[in-house]
Design a protein around this ligand. Structure first.
Ligand SMILES: Nc1nc2c(ncn2[C@@H]2O[C@H](COP(=O)(O)OP(=O)(O)OP(=O)(O)O)[C@@H](O)[C@H]2O)c(=O)[nH]1
Ligand SMILES: [Zn+2]
Length: 381
């Protein structure tokens, strides 16, 4: 029986020590956004209509106040999510209400996101924010998954999502112990799929590479780990935490609760600094509105395409095509061109399904929601 899981991932149930706000990433600019009289806290997890938060007085549970509920009903993007900074009000009976959502610096939105100039976000009406205020995105892809080596196109997809969020992407080739001799070759291949992005091998079992991962979390930086189910995300989070804070597949294997071990997104403060968000494995990644993210992932191809003889070169059979020339001389893997074409088609298709005017209108929505919420908050008697 493996039911004696040492997991304390349902942090609400464990007695909790108070947190130093600064260690959670609180700073002056956030403080300036907090309306008077509210208690600052950071969301560690959301759970149907309520949030678990970390505050100077430890873990608290906070129900959503009326304004938050109204705003979220009008636009799901306004729903609090893991990583959010919020303002709480203490009610007479000792309960806490989540009254204010502070502006997000970065955010992952499922169903489409584009970054606005500063702190603002936009999403389509189906948008759901997966994580907010993240500095680093670890894209976790196992060196070996069943019998397949790292899936380069999955890395490219996750990278597009990562770039789009406004955070810094880093690729981690997890379970590096499983591939032996072939590791160097695999790392080179992964690097071609991730121009401009650091790539590191990690083995959470032996601890190899874990300190490099930690170095991205210096100070109070917040990271999120994205990847398929079984990529080793929870095992890595446990290795970083130095204790079992997340359940992993082995622990859960016997109790028949399905293949996905991690069901909640959870923000975990690490004893040695920094915070990390474990996420359930991502099955499908929508590329709606991801044009910019895709461009970043294929910056090497964009650069080559700029040197094609024809401005509208489709890199198919055209003479003077710099992309085809690079494939010809072996500097560009052909797979990259195929992947680029595919993701571009997909992004264009997704975009064509949405009404351009509607999307434009939605663009300013996040900002106005925040403003509106603040205004009504300050006018309260
Ligand atoms: N050999 C080896 N196995 C590992 C490593 N890291 C994780 N595993 C194993 O891979 C399996 C999946 O790991 P998890 O950490 O549960 O994967 P996950 O990405 O969190 O999965 P979900 O929670 O379902 O999204 C477990 O059986 C781990 O023990 C590693 O570095 N090397
Ligand atoms: Zn061309």
């Amino acid at each position: 029986m493996s039911s004696s899981s040492s997991s304390s991932s349902s942090s609400g149930s464990s007695p909790s020590a108070p947190f130093t706000l600064a260690a959670l990433g609180w700073d002056d600019s956030l403080a300036a956004e907090l309306p008077d009289g509210l208690i600052p806290a950071r969301v560690s997890r959301v759970d149907r209509g309520a949030a678990e938060v970390m505050s100077a007085s430890g873990h608290l549970r906070a129900d959503y106040g009326a304004r938050v509920r109204r705003a979220a009903a009008a636009d799901p993007v306004a729903l609090p999510c893991v990583g959010d900074w919020v303002g709480l009000r203490r009610l007479a009976e000792g309960r806490f209400e989540l009254e204010e959502l502070l502006p997000r610096r970065t955010a992952f939105v499922r169903g489409g996101v584009s970054r606005l100039s500063r702190g603002g976000l936009s999403g389509d009406s189906q948008g759901q924010v997966l994580a907010a205020n993240v500095d680093v995105v670890f894209v976790a892809e196992p060196a070996l998954h069943a019998t397949d080596t790292a899936d380069l196109s999955r890395i490219e997809r996750l990278l597009a999502l990562a770039w789009e969020s406004g955070a810094r992407p880093v690729v981690l080739v997890t379970k590096s112990d499983l591939i032996g001799e072939g590791l160097e070759f695999l790392l080179d291949e992964v690097a071609t799929a991730a121009p401009g992005v650091d790539v590191h091998p990690v083995c959470s079992v032996s601890g190899e590479g874990v300190e490099i991962v930690r170095s991205y979390l210096e100070g109070t930086r917040t990271a999120v780990v994205l990847g398929a189910s079984g990529a080793g995300k929870s095992t890595l989070v446990n290795a970083l935490a130095g204790e079992d804070v997340m359940e992993t597949q082995q622990v859960r294997a016997g109790d028949g609760r399905g293949r996905h071990t991690t069901v909640h997104r959870e923000l975990i403060p690490l004893a040695r600094g920094g915070l990390i968000i474990d996420t359930p494995g991502i099955r499908r990644i929508g590329l709606y509105d991801m044009g910019e993210g895709v461009d970043m992932v294929f910056s090497d191809l964009e650069e080559l395409a700029g040197r094609c003889r024809f401005g509208d070169c489709r890199h198919d059979t055209e003479p003077g095509c710099a992309v085809l020339a690079a494939i010809e001389d072996g500097t560009l893997p052909e797979r990259r061109l195929e992947s680029w074409n595919k993701l571009q088609r997909e992004a264009a298709w997704m975009a064509s399904r949405s009404d351009a005017r509607l999307r434009k209108e939605i663009q300013g929505r996040w900002k106005s929601i925040t403003k509106e919420m603040r205004k009504t908050g300050r006018n309260r008697p």
